[in-house]
Design a protein around this ligand. Structure first.
Ligand code: KKD
Ligand code: ZN
Length: 313
């Protein structure tokens, strides 16, 4: 990447991977299995698009993970850990994925990795970014949002120093998460078609970029992760309240100080008491009970995406 005459230049994106089955979330599993059989739908001129099931054992057992969450396993410590067969399954798998698609942080790494997830939350179509300065990804977000309109696709930015985690897709130079919900784990609903459409537009964007199209500067609305909110618990750590019915399924809608947030099992309402309006998301996600997270709060921001084009050699 380099800046020249106010535009940011990137190498052509030749190697792209599409990950499914990082968890037992069936849209990605189904789409990736489909494309492993016949990849015509994801092939684009001048690039290799590789569909890949990242956690086949978890998919087979229909569980989020076998030993540890694969989508938290790509830390430098894990990726360089000795121990081979004695390591937790997902750590071994992370090392294998890092060998195939990385090494993470190196020039040899894949250009783009799309990681396909479903959430039990009512989030609709969400794209997840990890870096507000990745102008290639920001331009891709802008392209996808325009392409799907009037349908809606939101962007969640997780750059939080403590809440950010080491994802499978983070092996790539440009990591992109796709999160579509609501859909229970192990279940397939027709929303997988929305995921398919978003990925189609994403690949079209890459193809256009590779052909030399310049994407002019623009702004992209994102929701930046602010805070994790846990369920109220007793001293033994047991949950004593559930998400309030007024908040349930209201992902991306403003939550204002004084709004109901939880309802205790003995009928009391707990109100949101933060300093200002936030936009909650991942509300009541099944996989996050173990992570002590009832929802995450976000703030709306407009990010500036610089003009981008490919290097002319
Ligand atoms: C429900 C779920 O698995 N969500 C993903 C979000 C992401 O890919 O960043 C995760 O927690 O790994
Ligand atoms: Zn997932």
């Amino acid at each position: 990447m380099s800046t020249l005459h106010g535009s940011v230049c990137f190498e052509q994106a030749r190697r792209v991977a599409v990950f499914g089955g990082t968890h037992n979330e069936m849209s990605g599993v189904t789409l990736v299995n489909l494309w492993v059989k016949n990849g015509a739908e994801i092939q684009r001129k001048g690039l290799e698009a590789r569909p890949f099931i990242t956690n086949p054992r978890a998919v087979e057992k229909c569980t989020r993970y076998v030993d540890t969450d694969l989508n938290r396993a790509f830390s430098p410590e894990n990726l360089s850990a000795p121990g081979g067969d004695d390591l937790p399954y997902e750590v071994q798998r992370a090392q294998e994925i890092n060998r195939l698609f990385g090494p993470k942080g190196s020039p040899e790494a894949y250009d783009v990795i799309f990681d396909l997830h479903n959430t039990t939350s009512n989030m609709g179509c969400t794209l997840i970014l990890e870096n507000s300065k990745d102008h290639f990804n920001l331009q891709m977000m802008n392209y996808i949002k325009k392409a799907v309109a009037p349908a809606c696709c939101l962007v969640l930015l997780n750059e939080h120093p403590l809440l950010k985690y080491s994802t499978s897709r983070s092996v790539a130079k440009h990591p992109v998460g796709l999160e579509v919900g609501p859909q229970p784990q192990g279940v397939l609903r027709s929303i997988f078609e929305s995921m398919r459409i978003i990925l189609k537009h994403a690949l079209d964007f890459i193809e256009l970029f590779n052909e030399g199209v310049e994407f002019p500067a623009c702004t992209v609305e994102v929701f930046r992760v602010l805070e994790r909110v846990d369920y109220p618990r007793d001293t033994n750590g047991n949950i004593i309240a559930m998400v309030h019915p007024n908040l349930q399924d209201c992902d991306w809608e403003p939550l204002t100080p004084g709004d109901p947030m939880f309802q205790t099992f003995d009928g009391k309402t707990i109100y949101y008491q933060g300093p200002g309006t936030v936009y909650p998301t991942f509300i009541n996600e099944a996989a996050y009970y173990e992570k002590q997270q009832a929802f995450v709060t976000t703030r709306r921001e407009a990010l500036v995406a610089s003009t981008i084009r490919k290097f002319l050699h």
